[in-house]
Design a protein around this ligand. Structure first.
Ligand SMILES: Nc1ncnc2c1ncn2[C@@H]1O[C@H](COP(=O)(O)OP(=O)(O)OP(=O)(O)O)[C@@H](O)[C@H]1O
Ligand SMILES: Nc1nc2c(c(=O)[nH]1)N=C(CO)CN2
Length: 173
């Protein structure tokens, strides 16, 4: 049984439709509300993102399967990578934040798959939606999300996020 926490983001095209299409493919257990978030990472000349946190369970899927699913969804959303802009705009971004297998955190240290996500603890746009759907969330190796959110620079970034509305309802489950 493996459980994944995804962070999904979109800032090109119909942001909400891009996220909804991804959710329909994942059929998750828990989805945060949508947050509108300023671009993170220093490449500021781009539209605001819509970000959500997503938790899914699937006994058939392992970490590499979740990665492949995320990459397929990015491709289906028409994502184009600009090598000059690693933090540039995108129709859909699906990051694996943490995976648990049989209740144990999975660790991977490959360029193609690093788990837990190495930058998650620095990103309010990941931590705030995640904490909203799991008050006991823990980022393996970094500690409880509740505590990570107390960091001064994360707290400052968190104040710039705007919680909008639900995007996923029980009717889809
Ligand atoms: N935890 C992970 N989640 C998603 N992709 C990962 C992860 N670890 C490594 N990768 C690899 O990262 C590569 C680049 O992914 P991508 O271009 O989507 O990065 P990004 O999402 O823009 O940046 P960041 O990883 O900083 O969020 C992909 O080839 C993917 O295999
Ligand atoms: N607000 C926000 N900023 C970002 C995002 C994102 O999803 N939301 N994704 C990035 C690359 O992973 C870089 N910067």
């Amino acid at each position: 049984m493996s459980r994944v926490v995804f962070s999904m983001g979109a800032n090109l095209g119909d942001r909400e439709a891009n996220l909804t299409a991804a959710l329909e493919a994942v059929r998750p257990d828990l989805v945060s509300e949508v947050y509108e978030t300023p671009p993170w990472g220093g490449d500021d000349e781009q539209p605001a993102y819509y970000n959500i946190a997503v938790i899914a369970d699937d006994p058939e899927r392992g970490p590499e399967d979740w990665l492949a699913l995320g990459q397929r969804l990015e491709a289906e959303a028409g994502r184009v990578r600009d090598p000059e802009r690693p933090y540039g705009p995108r129709t859909l971004d699906v990051d694996l934040i943490a995976v648990h297998d049989g209740g144990e955190p999975v660790r991977r240290d490959e360029p193609d798959l690093t788990l837990p996500h190495p930058l998650a603890h620095l990103r309010a746009f990941v931590l705030v939606p995640w904490f909203a759907i799991d008050r006991d969330a823990e980022l393996p190796g970094r500690g409880r999300v509740r505590d990570l959110l107390r960091d001064e620079s994360i707290a400052a970034d968190a104040r710039a996020l705007r919680r909008l509305h639900p995007i996923w309802s029980k009717q889809y489950e």
